[in-house]
Design a protein around this ligand. Structure first.
Ligand code: ADP
Length: 255
């Protein structure tokens, strides 16, 4: 039997269909936009064109909006279940999405032992990076190369995106180069994530997973690894981890 997991996030809606060995048979992603219910329906419709899941579990901030789901589960529980299904030895997860970031400490079998979350402001989230990237015309696939050319990390004091933007404009006007500024912006985010990591007693003795859309940002991964002094595991489906976890939980209920 197959199951469908859907994660209706603030920025993107992701869905997967998996089989009982947790193989991903189908995946789909779309911007959530201003109509989360419709985005979710679109994803479910696309995923079920040729496959008929026995159970549909939903997660993400918009999970309450859909009627079709058999069960609704929190993102934190789903990230734990998803990472555990991929790597049962993992104990810590760093999840950076569009509007929030989290550190999750797992006990055995993917059970959530503790978590810490930054959801009050954009600092340390994907939208902070999106704003800076947009304003200064930076491309995500060029960021790693840019920071490799930095000579140091410029100090960014503001965590509010509006103030950070003015600070960057000031640094550029003073002749600072963008590579050093970008390294500084990523470092400021990494420091915030490092605090969440410490709050949950993140363990570098076991594999640490990096999930959420920002895990696709190779420059962010590099600076975070430097900050946390450990390697971060990024899976090609890292952005889908909430949806994978929802589908895994459904599979467990099917057996
Ligand atoms: P949510 O679940 O909160 O809706 P996601 O986990 O999908 O958010 O993450 C969205 C964020 O991922 C975006 O704000 C963006 O910063 C980042 N992102 C998405 N795609 C890429 C990419 N190809 N490279 C770098 N960052 C990306």
């Amino acid at each position: 039997m197959i199951s469908l997991g859907i994660d209706i996030g603030s920025t993107t809606t992701k869905g997967v269909i998996i089989d009982k060995e947790y193989n991903i048979l189908q995946s789909c992603i779309t911007p959530t936009g201003s109509t989360p219910k419709q985005s979710a329906e679109k994803i479910i419709c696309e995923l079920t064109q040729n496959l008929s899941p026995s159970l549909i579990y939903a997660t993400g901030y918009g999970r309450s909006l859909i009627d079709i789901a058999d069960k609704k589960v929190t993102e934190i529980t789903c990230h734990g279940a998803g990472v555990n299904a991929l790597n049962p030895t993992a104990r810590t997860i760093i999840d950076i999405g569009g509007q929030d970031s989290k550190a999750i400490h797992l006990a055995e079998k993917g059970k959530v032992a503790d978590f810490a979350m930054n959801d009050k402001c954009a600092a340390g989230t994907g939208s902070f990076l999106d704003n800076i990237a947009h304003k200064f015309d930076l491309k995500y696939d060029q960021m790693l190369e840019m920071i490799s050319r930095s000579s140091y990390k410029a100090k960014i004091n503001s965590t509010c995106v509006v103030f950070a933007e003015s600070e960057i404009i000031g640094l550029l006007a003073a002749g600072e180069n963008m590579n050093n500024i970008l390294a500084g912006v990523l470092k400021a985010i990494a420091v915030r994530i490092g605090r969440l990591f410490s709050q949950v007693n993140g363990s570098v003795d076991h594999p640490v997973f990096f999930t959420g859309g920002v895990a696709r940002n190779t420059a962010m991964k590099y600076i975070l690894e430097e900050e946390l002094q450990t390697e971060l595991i990024v899976n090609p489906y890292s952005q889908f981890m909430g949806a994978i976890g929802a589908a895994v939980m459904a599979q467990k209920d099917l057996t």
